[in-house]
Design a protein around this ligand. Structure first.
Ligand code: GLU
Length: 284
């Protein structure tokens, strides 16, 4: 008989662009506790593909904060910045299959599309200006977009679905072509010259490479799941189970973000708060 495959392996995947706040603590503790309760594994991954905003000092502080919270992760920390060439190489077969096209639309448009989402900002659906351009016309600075309609044609016989266990969207979800074309469109996957790849692409590759069986993350990322499932099918990768959890908000109902340094874990630590106190504050 083959060895025992891991039944439950999850990860916490912060972007080291600022200090961890209470919302991150909730996400990390929840993923950690669910993994331990299932007798599974909990991994740590640094999603540091945005080289302009990520800093080694934030990464060091993340490791310090998580350790202080009492969380232990299995295996070494995976760093996406070490893997950008490999992500780009893995895109090449999609270009050969006619599923990508170069796009010269503005830098700001593309940058906004590449970075991790902010609350209230879903995909801005690309109008298709550059669709149909041949790969050979790709110039320095051009982005690569997925031709989503062509991708659906290529996946005509695929069963595009995922299982969600989070409270807000629990149940099976099927990805429908018309809805995806309307809501997602031709997303940017990478940008030449700056060596950057879309967050949801790197994350989909890493979840597969790390054998993640359960993705546990904030509800703000729910809308990215369909595009990740489409990519998994295009690259022949497995689809994990998804669990999108509630977001931690302040008294005014505003989501806590990294910019709210007032809620940084570091600050609570300095004020003498205990890890048990943090768990209680986020309701765990
Ligand atoms: N790196 C993303 C963030 O900081 C999380 C990605 C994920 O968990 O899939 O919001």
């Amino acid at each position: 008989m083959a060895g025992h495959p891991v039944r439950f392996r999850t990860r916490f995947a912060p972007s080291p662009t600022g200090p961890l706040h209470l919302g991150h603590a909730y996400s990390a503790i929840l993923a950690h506790d669910m993994a331990r309760a299932a007798g599974g594994e909990f991994l740590l991954r640094m999603e540091d593909t945005d080289l302009e905003r990520c800093r080694p000092e934030w990464e060091a502080l993340i490791v310090e904060d998580l350790s202080w919270l009492g969380l232990r992760w299995d295996g070494p920390v995976l760093r996406q910045s070490d893997r950008i060439d490999s992500y780009n190489r893995r895109l090449e077969p999609l270009a050969h299959r006619g599923l990508l096209y170069p796009c010269s639309c503005t830098r700001a448009d593309i940058r906004a599309a590449l970075s991790a989402p902010q609350e209230g900002v879903a995909f801005s659906v690309y109008p298709g200006t550059c669709r149909g351009r041949a790969m050979q016309t790709r110039a320095a600075g051009d982005a690569l977009r997925l031709d989503l309609a062509a991708a659906f044609d290529a996946l005509a016989s695929a069963d595009l679905r995922f299982q969600e266990t989070g409270p807000a969207h629990a149940g099976p979800h099927r990805i429908d072509r018309a809805t995806a074309l309307r809501q997602i469109g031709d997303v940017v996957l990478s940008r030449k010259g700056e060596d950057i790849v879309a967050y949801f692409l790197a994350s989909a590759f890493d979840d597969a490479d790390q054998g993640i069986t359960h993705v546990i993350r904030g509800e703000d990322l729910f809308d990215f799941t369909p595009v990740q499932v489409i990519l998994q099918h295009l690259f022949g990768l497995p689809t994990p189970v998804y669990h999108h959890h509630r977001l931690i908000r302040d008294e005014a109902g505003k989501r806590l973000a990294k910019r709210d340094d007032a809620r940084a874990l570091q600050k609570y630590r300095a004020e003498g708060m205990t890890p048990a106190g943090i768990r209680a504050m986020v309701g765990l």
